[in-house]
Design a protein around this ligand. Structure first.
Ligand code: ZN
Ligand code: ZN
Length: 380
């Protein structure tokens, strides 16, 4: 991958797990395979003040997660805060498919071929698995800085300022494939956002390679679930087109030798399927085409909308530094590159001495640790 390797806060600067220093909520980048909670650390000595923590069960990190996500099955599944539109997506797909199997497939299988229900079933299961994976996968949330890390970074920013330049700049610049990329400071997560990261206002999290927040799938679409999202809209295009074509065929065959309107009256379920497919097919096909262009260009929706790499922006010629200049390589990089592990370690236990992210302004990091905020790739 050509994407730059980026480290927001050096994990090496953090104290070892057994030391009394503060830890990040999630494993620091790059995460190991299981930095999670050492079993001993789960002892009932967790954050919280003194007596009140005694005798209480250790809490998992998803229970104190600062974003607006909802967690299910003990933190194994996560979803954005408002799931109403996601439920509507499920309802529309399930209703259309069930009606198709009940009212159209028997006729089509008898009159044409058994392949029709088989193809529809395969497409349906593929669509549902892609949808559920998009919805319940961590999209690439970056854990917020702990109080100590944030304080250290604040100190570093203050040191870069001078009496004539106040306040100190809240941006940094890194060079990526010959292109200067500006990193903005996130006041919620208390860190400089890595390249291509954006803060989702719905979920209240910084998400790596943020594409957009999609209420239809009930989740952000980012680095860790973009491929599932793309597979979902692409397969949904096929399923919708397939059902639409089959229902039209069904109605045409049925109406042979009789009035077409009376056939429509006899099959209200097929008419409902036609209406749902007709109104959704255009947006689904349009979305698939748009994301195919994004994948081929290694762009995100966010970058495309903002015109981040538009040649006219700021009067300077700028090119997408993440593009591999080849459609095939871009597709492979976006869809087939290894999936990075989740950084929020939501099933891990809250450490006894974890200082949870909160509005901070401490003069000194009280944790003894001296984390520094370093950037690979350099900054001015
Ligand atoms: Zn943020
Ligand atoms: Zn979101």
């Amino acid at each position: 991958m050509k994407d730059c390797e980026y480290q927001q806060i050096s994990p090496g600067a953090a104290p070892p797990p057994t030391s009394p220093g503060a830890r990040r909520l999630g494993p620091a980048a790059p995460p190991g395979p299981g930095p999670g909670p050492p079993p001993l650390a789960a002892a009932p000595r967790w954050s919280g003040s003194g007596s009140e923590s005694i005798g209480r069960r250790p809490r998992r990190k998803w229970e104190v997660f600062p974003g607006r996500n909802r967690f299910y099955c003990g933190g194994r599944l996560m979803l954005a805060g408002h799931g109403g539109v996601f439920a509507l997506t499920l309802l529309l797909i399930l209703t259309t498919t069930v009606l198709f199997f009940v009212f159209d497939c028997p006729f089509l299988a008898r009159e044409l071929t058994l392949a029709i229900p088989i193809i529809a079933a395969i497409l349906f299961f593929f669509v549902m698995s892609c949808l559920l994976q998009t919805s319940f996968t961590d999209p690439g949330i970056l854990p917020r800085a702990t109080v100590c890390e944030a304080a250290a970074l604040e100190k570093q920013i203050d040191n870069t300022g001078s009496s004539t330049y106040r306040p100190p700049p809240r941006t940094r610049e890194v060079m990526i494939n010959g292109q200067m990329v500006k990193l903005k400071y996130c006041f919620t997560c208390k860190m400089f956002r890595p390249p291509r990261t954006s803060h989702c206002s719905v979920c209240d999290n910084c998400v790596e390679r943020f594409d957009h927040h999609c209420p239809w799938v009930g989740n952000c679409v980012g680095r860790r679930n973009y491929r599932f999202f793309y597979a979902f809209i692409l397969s949904l295009s096929f399923l919708t087109t397939f059902i639409f074509a089959c229902v039209v065929t069904h109605l045409t065959l049925r109406s042979q030798g009789s009035n077409f309107l009376s056939t429509l009256k006899e099959t209200p379920a097929s008419v409902l399927e036609l209406v749902i497919c007709f109104f959704s097919i255009w947006s689904i096909l349009g979305l698939s085409g748009f994301h195919t262009y994004l994948v081929a260009s290694n762009l995100t929706t966010n970058e495309d909308i903002k015109g981040s790499w538009s040649s006219k922006r700021g009067g300077e010629a700028s090119v997408n530094p993440y593009s591999h200049k080849s459609v095939i390589t871009n597709c492979c990089a976006v869809l087939c590159s290894p999936l990075p592990p989740s950084l929020i370690d939501r099933r891990g236990f809250v450490q006894s001495d974890t200082v949870l992210p909160s509005p901070i302004r401490t003069d000194e990091p009280a944790c003894g640790a001296k984390p520094d905020a370093s950037m690979v790739g350099g900054h001015p």
